[in-house]
Design a protein around this ligand. Structure first.
Ligand code: UD1
Length: 337
């Protein structure tokens, strides 16, 4: 069964390609290589024994999208990762984000609705909840006004899919990720941030390996037990597996609605200082860090209520924070050696 993975060479996309191939799916990966490298295909092959079919393509080019789906009109589902995801960059260049994250989505849906198996999985984010009032966050929590163009593209994307579902045969699952971290345990694929990492874990591993002098901890005056902000860090392999479970749900027509939404997290919140302590434990490295002021736009706390994912989707994160950090560290050491 043929599955299209857009952004298939990216961080979450590549891990999902591995899990799909492990389950026997035939994968066609699309990527424009704007934030990834073709060598990821070799890593996938070393893990699974097979390279996915790869189409280097930019989904902002409508004609290419049309031609792609003419060629691959036998696909059974699309998992759509391809998007830009840097909050600060989206504030500086909103049109890039609207073009990349919205136009591309529209073009894919336009072609998908013509297929006989229009199953669609969308990469959304817990960013849609903003600072939720009640922790842990359930899927019923209200969507808050987006704090950035990036966050807005996830909200608009969810709305577009919901509108389209009303008038087409497309069945969709919206997956709202908490904070994906880590790498495949083989260290054959992992996160490859361009330039200075904005996210916590790649900044930690790059500091520990000596590429960055020290980590800035953004704020210790939050109303949390140790004063640093709390997030739900989920191992990327667990996250990837959730996509396969969601896809199978659509393929076997077990979905209860044309559009279903699931939170993907572990259900456990960890503070920045807890992440640092856990990293030091698994790596045996002392991390150089300094407390600085809060980062603009950051929220105090976000962690998932996982009941719906556990009970309805039938998926549960298996890895601990320490497992995730150990895999991130193994990957960092491998790529710098
Ligand atoms: C960020 C985005 C979120 C996006 C996600 C994608 C913001 C405000 N949010 O999530 O919308 O979906 O990335 O990957 O950018 N931290 C430090 N020092 C650092 C880096 C981070 O202390 O150098 C802290 C942050 O303040 C935060 C936590 O670590 O409390 C996690 O940060 P990060 O990894 O950037 O994720 P989010 O901000 O949760």
């Amino acid at each position: 069964m043929k599955i299209v993975v857009t952004g298939g060479l990216g961080f979450i996309g590549s891990h999902t390609v591995v899990e799909l191939q492990n389950e026997g799916f035939e994968v066609v990966a699309i990527d424009n290589l704007s934030n990834s490298s073709e060598s990821v295909l070799d890593g996938i092959e070393r893990i699974t024994g097979k390279k996915p079919i790869f189409e280097k393509m930019d989904l902002r080019d409508k004609t290419s999208v049309q031609n792609f789906f003419k060629k691959h009109n036998d696909v059974a589902g699309v998992i759509h990762f391809a998007a830009s995801k840097a909050v600060g960059e989206s504030v500086e260049n909103p049109l890039l984000y609207y073009e990349n994250n919205i136009n591309a989505l529209v073009y894919v849906l336009q072609e998908l609705k013509e297929l006989s198996n229009p199953n669609f999985i969308f990469s959304s984010s817990c960013t849609v909840y903003g600072q939720a009032e009640i922790m842990p966050i359930t899927e019923d929590a209200s969507v808050q006004p987006a704090a950035s163009p990036y966050g807005n593209t996830k909200q608009i994307g969810e709305e577009i899919i919901t509108d389209v579902a009303k008038v087409t045969n497309i069945n969709s699952i919206l997956l709202r990720y908490f904070n994906p971290i880590g790498s495949h345990p083989s260290a054959e694929i992992g996160e490859l941030p361009l330039g200075i990492p904005q996210n916590l874990v790649p900044f930690i591993t790059q500091t520990a390996i000596g590429m960055r002098e020290k980590l800035s901890v953004y704020g210790d005056d939050y109303p949390t037990p140790d004063g640093t902000a709390v997030r739900d860090y989920i191992h990327v392999v667990d996250l990837a597996k959730a996509h396969v479970v969601a896809l199978k749900r659509l393929l076997s027509k077990q979905n209860l609605d044309k559009v279903e939404t699931f939170n993907l997290g572990t259900g456990t919140g960890s503070s920045v200082l807890e992440v640092i302590t856990a990293f030091e434990k698994v790596s045996g490295q002392k991390l150089n860090y300094q407390i600085v002021g809060r980062r603009e736009g950051d929220i105090t706390s976000a962690y998932a209520n996982t009941d719906k994912a556990n009970n309805v989707l039938g998926w549960k994160a298996q890895s601990t924070l320490e497992d995730s950090l150990a895999s991130a560290w193994k990957w960092e050491q491998k790529i710098r050696s």
